[in-house]
Design a protein around this ligand. Structure first.
Ligand SMILES: [Zn+2]
Length: 291
């Protein structure tokens, strides 16, 4: 099964996802890097992505892999290089640091596809922020609007998507406790979540409106939102959720935290601190292809 999905945004800046995420499990290598005419960036990618992580980072638009219903433009080389460096520093190496060197090399999506423009669906008045095909490929849009000066926008447009999709891979590999699904059973709404506002979702015990679409989205949204925000933000989120909502969110978070520790030997607080520390380092990263 291959379902294109994902993070969508109403054009009027309401958080919004178009469909559910795919249930496919990760597979082995599906690309052959041997027959590409390589430029300097390709050689850097070969070294740092293919050889290190077995990831094919595609920055040219390849017709076979994009949704033809959108009018898309390619990512610029310059921004693709920057984002490749950021993904490595903020995402891949954060997990390397906390979960050990083999972890990402085993579970990471095998293809990351960068697109320059947003994907606007004029009919639905939605904008897709990212898509995932099973555990195999993640597509990030709006790469040409990359803003190195705003970690919030980097998280919003790219890294929350990466953590979200990666968390799907993890729970598809090792199930999380079924108790999680029972906490909000009667409140999930696969289509009605779109009409829920942020605050309303919080008060119902969901970390985002999309989290209220179905249990697995709820589970990975807890992880993605926790990892891409500071403790102050999380505390504020709990406050907005009120007594009832915050009790539910904390119950969910406890299951998430225990599952990451027992199934993956990952301390989510250490991982978040690492992501936070690395987020501060991005201003001083070397964005050249020299290293
Ligand atoms: Zn999802």
């Amino acid at each position: 099964m291959k379902t294109i999905v994902s993070y969508s945004l109403l054009l009027f800046f309401l958080s919004f996802f178009s469909t559910g995420c795919s249930e496919d499990k990760p597979e082995g290598t599906i690309f052959d890097p041997s027959d590409i005419k390589r430029n300097q960036f390709d050689l850097w990618l070969l070294d740092h992505y293919v050889n290190n992580y077995n990831i094919d980072l595609k920055y040219r638009i390849e017709d076979m892999e994009i949704d033809q219903s959108y009018n898309l433009v390619p990512a610029t080389m310059d921004n693709s290089i920057k984002l490749a460096k950021l993904i490595k520093h903020l995402w891949l190496e954060s997990y390397d640091e906390i979960a050990g060197i083999d972890f990402m090399r085993t579970y990471v999506p095998k293809v990351i596809h960068l697109i320059g423009s947003p994907a606007i669906n004029a009919e639905q008045q939605t904008e897709v922020l990212g898509t995932a095909e099973g555990g195999l490929m993640v597509t990030l849009y709006k790469v040409n609007e990359l803003n190195l000066n705003s970690i919030d926008s980097l998280n919003y447009y790219y890294f929350k998507t990466m953590h979200h999709e990666f968390a799907h891979i993890l729970h598809q590999t090792k199930n999380y406790p079924k108790d999680f699904d029972k906490i909000s059973t009667s409140d999930y709404s696969p289509s009605g979540w779109m009409n829920r506002k942020e605050e309303e979702a919080l008060q119902m015990g969901f970390v985002s409106p999309y989290a209220s679409s179905e249990p697995q989205e709820d589970f990975v949204e807890v992880i993605a939102i926790y990892l891409t925000h500071s403790n102050a933000y999380w505390e504020e989120l709990l406050e907005k959720a009120g007594t009832e909502g915050s009790t539910i969110i904390q119950k969910k978070f406890t299951i998430v935290r225990n599952w990451l520790r027992t199934s993956w030997n990952i301390d989510i607080d250490k991982l978040r601190s690492t992501v936070e520390r690395r987020s501060k380092e991005i201003q001083n990263l070397d964005y050249s292809l020299d290293q």
